[in-house]
Design a protein around this ligand. Structure first.
Ligand SMILES: [Zn+2]
Length: 393
């Protein structure tokens, strides 16, 4: 429901609620009821305040009404949800808190009111209260899928990865949703925390645990490569990194630097080039050229010509960036100045290129996020196409 629709519905709903309470058979103020017409007056006052666009006074009047039957409760629940939808969380909270505190409600309506209240708390940033209610509801098997989805979201936001794993497993069991890939990401988050804390053995164990959960987890092998390299096990790192293309070819650019580093240190650059040739993938063009340029540099040759020819055949940003690093300025002073200006302009253009892209929402972040900062999808951000393409007009 859009916000504008929610805005339009508030007024008729308030009128319906006021009318309903006013007209209930056997209620005070209705035909044949007792003389005490206070609830009716308050309901009608609520209605008129809503008509006058004075929601706070309207709510105060409506919530003073003595008892609700199930239809009135339904109307209040709908009204509260609409307030929240409009971003008026304080008003939604007042409606739902009044309902929860106003026993007795039917058990299913009491639980629904608690669920709506939990959503209000979440939107208001009262995370502890929201979590307590969602946990209670999920334990009772009520609104369990929505409650667990909310709990997963809460634990993700608070970086409580072990609790996220627990909620994710329960959600997978209840909703029959395959969530192994996301659970593996939580293990990777834990592994990354351990790696940053220099607890490399624990980081290795958790990265392997992620792979147990989801064999296709690229991030786990990248982490494993990083951890094993830090532990001095470069051959182990090479083995882990080489598994990445088997999992997802799009992430090949991510293994270039660590694989080059480890292969150089282990005198395995020819094996690395052979590995790339065997992959024979479009994405390996830049990687292969960069590795060969590195080999040329190691043997004392300037790879500028090789890079220029490779760039002409395959115009890629990575090759242009490398070429800019190795071009030597001409002897002529004015030409050197012109070349320097050109190099700097191209460096700026290269640094501004799209490096990553979210396949879910299209965001183009400058870093590889494992959870998209915009759409919150896990594993949706991938390295962007490295090709230079003409600007379309
Ligand atoms: Zn996204």
């Amino acid at each position: 429901m859009s916000d504008s629709v929610a805005a339009w519905l508030i007024l008729p709903l308030g009128i319906a609620l006021g009318w309903y309470i006013r007209g209930r058979p056997g209620r005070p103020g209705s035909p044949g009821a007792a003389d005490d017409d206070r609830p009716t007056a308050e309901a009608m006052a609520g209605m008129s305040h809503l008509v006058a666009d004075d929601p706070d006074q309207a709510l105060a009047a409506l919530l003073r009404v003595g008892e609700f039957d199930s239809q009135a409760v339904e109307l209040h629940l709908t009204l509260g949800a609409l307030f929240r939808k409009r971003g008026e969380v304080d008003r939604a909270l007042r409606v739902h808190e009044a309902l929860v505190e106003r026993a007795p409600l039917r058990p299913d309506q009491f639980d629904r009111a608690r669920y709506e209240l939990a959503l209000d708390y979440l939107k208001a940033g009262m995370i502890d209260r929201a979590e307590t209610l969602f946990e209670a509801l999920s334990q009772r098997g009520l609104h369990v899928t929505s409650a667990l989805e909310s709990l997963v979201s809460i634990h993700e936001q608070s970086h409580e990865w072990r609790r996220a794993i627990d909620a994710s497993r329960r959600l997978q069991a209840v909703a029959a949703q395959p969530r192994q890939a996301i659970t593996a990401q939580y293990y990777c988050e834990l592994a990354d925390e351990a790696r940053r804390a220099k607890n490399l053995d624990e980081a290795q164990r958790l990265a392997l645990r992620a792979l147990d959960e989801e064999a296709g987890c690229v991030r786990a092998n990248l982490l494993l490569g990083s951890v094993l390299e830090a532990k001095g096990d470069r051959l182990g790192a090479i083995k882990a990194l080489r598994r990445v293309p088997e999992q997802d070819l799009r992430y090949i650019p991510e293994i270039v630097e660590p694989l080059l580093r480890c292969s150089e240190a282990e005198h395995q650059l020819p094996e690395f080039l052979e590995f790339l040739r065997e992959l024979d993938a479009e994405d390996t063009v830049s990687v292969s050229v960069l590795a060969q340029a590195r080999l040329l540099r190691e043997t004392g040759s300037n790879p500028a010509r090789f890079l220029a020819e490779s760039f002409a055949a395959n115009p890629r940003w990575a090759l242009l960036e490398e070429l800019l690093k190795v071009i030597e300025p001409p002897q002529d002073e004015s030409m050197a100045l012109a070349m320097n200006t050109l190099q700097e302009a191209l460096r700026i253009a290269a640094s501004a290129r799209t490096r990553y892209r979210c396949t879910s929402c299209g965001l183009a972040p400058g870093l590889l996020f494992w959870q998209c900062p915009s759409c919150k999808q896990w594993g949706s951000v991938v390295p962007a196409d490295d090709r230079l393409t003409p600007v379309k007009t």
